[in-house]
Design a binder for this molecule. Structure first.
Ligand code: PGA
Length: 252
């Protein structure tokens, strides 16, 4: 049984103080929620405050990116051990904004994925096609390329610890959501690929989240699909009220 994961990707929003306020508010408002794993992924600068804000709750802390080396002369970068030392348990990798604006290719995502796993962080690996790729009928090809690229050289025991987020790029921040069926079809395809790469057992245990304009209004329909195991929420995770509603939609 895969437990629902609802992760908030705060992107480059929230100062330290704002982040603390949102996190401590959510700690109170979601106190009764036990059957959903809630992960907050603030910017690096707010990780410590969010950790303080959720202290004593069942919520988890996640980062939005990391470097693959453990340390070194990499100005501006952050390593897995640094994230761990702040109490992070999750890290988002290969988000489409990283791929589009910072040149992250599969090979980089793969290095980061391996480093995260070696350090005991749970990676949330993002995959998904752009609009022109969907229109050209290439959704499965692109998603398969992202999956095989990210998992290259990852052993089956480790692969089972990864969380995947299917985020069609055309649905991110645009207000256009994939229909529950469109999303579930791709999720099923991803699970089939994982089954072929590893085994049915490994594929069955991997959580596949949907991301792209998830809102309180559409969360329930998306989350009720058989192969959708949670959501990676951007815009709607920045407000306590909408995020809380989405988390509650994941309660079974
Ligand atoms: P959105 O972002 O919910 O604002 O579309 C999702 C994401 O980028 O992870």
């Amino acid at each position: 049984m895969r437990i629902s994961i609802i992760a908030g990707n705060w992107k480059m929003y929230k100062t330290d103080r704002e982040a603390y306020e949102l996190a401590s508010f959510l700690k109170k408002s979601l106190k009764d929620v036990k059957s959903v794993k809630v992960v907050l992924c603030p910017p690096f600068t707010a990780l410590s405050s969010v950790k303080r804000g959720i202290e004593g709750s069942d919520m988890f802390l996640g980062a939005q990116n990391m470097h693959w080396e453990s340390e070194g002369a990499y100005t501006g970068e952050i390593s897995a051990s640094m994230l761990l030392s702040l109490g992070c348990q999750f890290v988002i990798l290969g988000h489409s904004e990283r791929r589009a604006y910072f040149g992250e290719k599969n090979q980089i995502v793969n290095l980061k994925l391996k480093a995260a796993l070696e350090n005991g962080l749970t990676p949330i690996v993002c995959v998904g096609e752009r609009l022109e790729e969907r229109e050209a009928g290439k959704t499965e090809e692109v998603v398969e390329d992202h999956i095989t690229g990210a998992f290259e050289g990852v052993e089956s025991e480790q692969a089972g610890k990864v969380v995947i987020a299917y985020e069609p790029v055309w649905a991110i921040g645009t207000g256009k959501t994939a229909t529950p069926k469109q999303a579930n079809d791709v999720h099923r395809f991803i699970r089939e690929k994982l089954s072929a790469l590893y085994s049915g057992e490994v594929a069955k245990n991997i959580s596949i989240l949907y991301g792209g304009s998830v809102k309180p209004e559409n969360a329930k329909d998306l989350l009720s699909q058989a192969d959708i195991d949670g959501a990676l929420v951007g815009g709607a995770s920045l407000k306590a009220e909408s995020f809380e509603k989405i988390v509650r939609s994941g309660i079974i």
